[in-house]
Structures are given as structure tokens and as C-alpha cells.
Write a protein that binds this ligand. Structure first.
Ligand code: ZN
Ligand code: ZN
Length: 351
């Protein structure tokens, strides 16, 4: 089969590799649609270590091709969506409802254990092996297209969870720092959760326009306006929930400074190096602020819920799929996505 194989820093591409077969508890999915994630860019740039020889990609839409022993309730030919994180469904973390922390080993170990395209061969291929298939194969309702569900696997599950973990309530004011794919989904999530004021921050005209389409009431361009001042003015003092969707010291700090006393900072960023909480932004510890983090919720029940939102026409992420490529041309797709050319937000890759 054809697959996008990582060979080293900036060395990757389509190769002919052996097709996987299902072992006990696993399934093989014939991929009909996948995408490229920001994490994949970090991998090919050598910023996120994975073993050379690994097939990249962790977003899977396709048909069940093989079912291993012990996997019940599925048939070959079922059309399925698989979340980016593939929890076991049986360990203490999973049974406590914290599926993205599967294994209770902490985020990094959990990622190391179960993540497609990180330690296991991934989805930018004609076929992908799904571990813990029983917990991870979510059947796609017939009326939904591949493109309608593709982004639920990772960015929507993560982005919407930013609003959920932040505990957004009816009538809340919410700011979302950074309107990349995940931030745009966080914006949509804040709206879905019932916020009455959703403020989107970015420095890219196309992304700010998309933020409005995804449900933002106000879009602030940080190149023109100091965002914290603008947010505090719009929210009359500070927001109830600030969602940080970039993973940098400056956006984290700005998110904290945007909060009202008692507000919640919901962080979706992955921080490398040092992250500091400035004591003044934290009101010296007297502000009753909450800081919460969320790693992409996975598992079939999460996917089912997200698909039900699409089916009920509460959520439409197809505008985020700005470009389409065949698997053979995935190199071009990485270049376009990596350099953020031509207004790209997400690319759809069809094997
Ligand atoms: Zn991802
Ligand atoms: Zn588990």
C-alpha cells in the first residue's frame, strides 16, 4: 500500500509499504479521507520526536476492511470515523471518563502509548491499523459525508472541548486567543455552549473572517489593537472564560489578563520550554481564577456525539477544508499547509 513515511527531519514522502493486518482487538480501516495536523508539521520539522519509518497522520475516515478477534458489533464495510487519540476504554483513566489520559501515565505517556502517527503507524496511508478497535470505531451515519466528519477526529474534538472544559455557561462572555483550526473550533464551541459574547483574536484577515463565520461576535486583529484592552472593554471588565488555542507564553498571559475575577482560563495549547504564570496577571493568587487544560478527547462515544452535532446542523466544519489533495501529492499539501499559503486552514487528503 502507499503511505506517507517519516524518514528524518524534512525527509518524508509516499512509499510502498506492507499492508497491516488486524491482530486481536484491532481493526484495519481502508482510509478514504485524512488530513494534516499541526502536530504532523512538528514531526516533519523534527520538533516532535517520532521514530523514522513511522507512517504519519492521526485523523481517519474510512471503511472497516478487517476485524480482529474480540471486536464485536462491526462488519467489514462499515464506514467509520476514528478519533486522533485511541484510548483502550478499559483502564482506570478511561473508566473515569478521562479517555485522553488513557493509561494514567500522564499526557506524554498516553500519547506515546496509543496515538496513531506518533508511536504507531498512522492514517496518511491507504490502510491504517486501529488499536482498541472496540473503543474507537465510530460508525458514520449514512447521510454524513467524509468531509463533514473528518475534522471531528482531532481539531473539533479538541477545540470544542476548550469551551466544555472552560465550563462556558449560558450568557457567558468568552474570548478565544488564536484562530487556527483548533481556535476556530473553540469559537464554534463557545457559541454552541451558549455564550452571548464570543470574541476571536488573531492577526490574519482570512482567519478573522472565518472566526465570524464560526460564531464569533467580534473579531479583534492584534496587529491593529492591543487585544487585552479591547477584550476587557467589550466584556465590560473581563471575560468569564478565556480559551488559549496557540500554546505560547504571550497568548497564555493575555488570556489570563482578559479574565474577570473568578474567570476560567481554558488552555488548549501545548507549551514547549518554560511557561510562567505572571503573578500580576494571576491577581497574586487572589482572583479565584481557574486554569484548566484539555487534550483531544477521543473514543467512539465522543465521535458519536460530535457527529450528532453535525447531523443536527448545529456544527458545520466544511468551510475549514480549504484545499484538497490526493495522497500522492501529500508533499505539496505539507508545503502549502506548513507555509500557510493561499489562505489554507485545513487540507483534505484522499488516498
Ligand atoms: Zn492533531
Ligand atoms: Zn485506557
Amino acid at each position: 500500500m502507499k503511505a506517507n513515511v517519516f524518514r528524518g527531519v524534512e525527509r518524508f514522502g509516499i512509499e510502498e509499504v506492507e499492508r497491516p493486518h488486524a491482530q486481536t482487538g484491532e481493526a484495519i480501516v481502508r482510509v478514504t479521507l485524512t488530513t494534516i495536523c499541526g502536530t504532523d508539521l512538528h514531526i516533519v520539522r523534527g520538533e516532535y520526536p517520532v521514530k523514522p519509518g513511522l507512517i504519519i497522520g492521526h485523523e481517519t475516515v474510512g471503511f472497516v476492511e478487517e476485524i480482529g478477534n474480540g471486536v464485536v458489533g462491526y462488519e467489514v464495510g462499515d464506514r467509520v470515523l476514528v478519533g486522533a487519540i485511541t484510548p483502550c476504554g478499559q483502564c482506570g483513566a478511561c473508566l473515569s471518563g478521562q479517555l485522553s489520559q488513557c493509561g494514567h501515565g500522564g499526557a506524554y505517556e498516553a500519547l506515546g502509548g496509543w496515538r496513531l502517527g506518533n508511536t504507531m503507524n498512522g492514517a496518511q496511508a491507504e490502510y491504517v491499523r486501529i488499536p482498541h478497535a472496540q473503543a474507537n470505531l465510530a460508525k458514520i451515519p449514512d447521510e454524513l459525508s467524509d468531509e463533514q466528519v473528518l475534522l471531528l477526529a482531532d481539531i473539533a474534538s479538541t477545540g470544542l472541548a476548550g469551551a466544555e472544559s472552560g465550563g462556558v455557561r449560558l450568557g457567558d462572555s468568552v474570548v478565544v486567543f488564536a484562530q487556527g483550526p483548533i481556535g476556530l473550533c473553540a469559537t464554534a464551541g463557545a457559541r454552541l455552549m451558549g455564550a452571548s459574547l464570543v470574541i476571536a483574536i488573531d492577526g490574519d484577515d482570512k482567519r478573522l473572517a472565518m472566526a465570524k463565520r464560526m460564531g464569533a461576535d467580534a473579531a479583534i486583529d492584534y496587529r491593529r489593537e492591543e487585544p487585552v484592552t479591547a477584550v476587557r472593554k467589550l466584556a465590560k471588565g473581563g471575560v468569564d472564560v478565556a480559551i488559549e488555542a496557540l500554546g505560547s507564553q504571550s497568548t497564555f498571559q493575555s488570556a489570563l489578563r482578559s479574565l474577570r475575577p473568578g474567570g476560567t482560563l481554558s488552555s488548549l495549547g501545548v507549551y514547549s520550554g518554560k511557561l510562567q504564570v505572571p503573578y500580576d496577571a494571576f491577581a497574586a493568587g487572589l482572583g479565584d481564577h481557574r486554569i484548566v487544560t484539555t487534550l483531544c478527547p477521543g473514543g467512539k462515544e465522543r465521535m458519536r456525539r460530535l457527529m450528532s452535532l453535525v447531523q443536527a446542523e448545529r456544527l458545520d466544519l466544511t468551510p475549514l477544508l480549504t484545499h484538497r489533495f490526493s495522497l500522492d501529492r501529500i508533499g505539496e499539501a505539507y508545503a502549502l499547509f506548513g507555509e500557510r499559503r493561499d489562505g489554507v486552514i485545513k487540507v483534505a487528503i484522499r488516498p
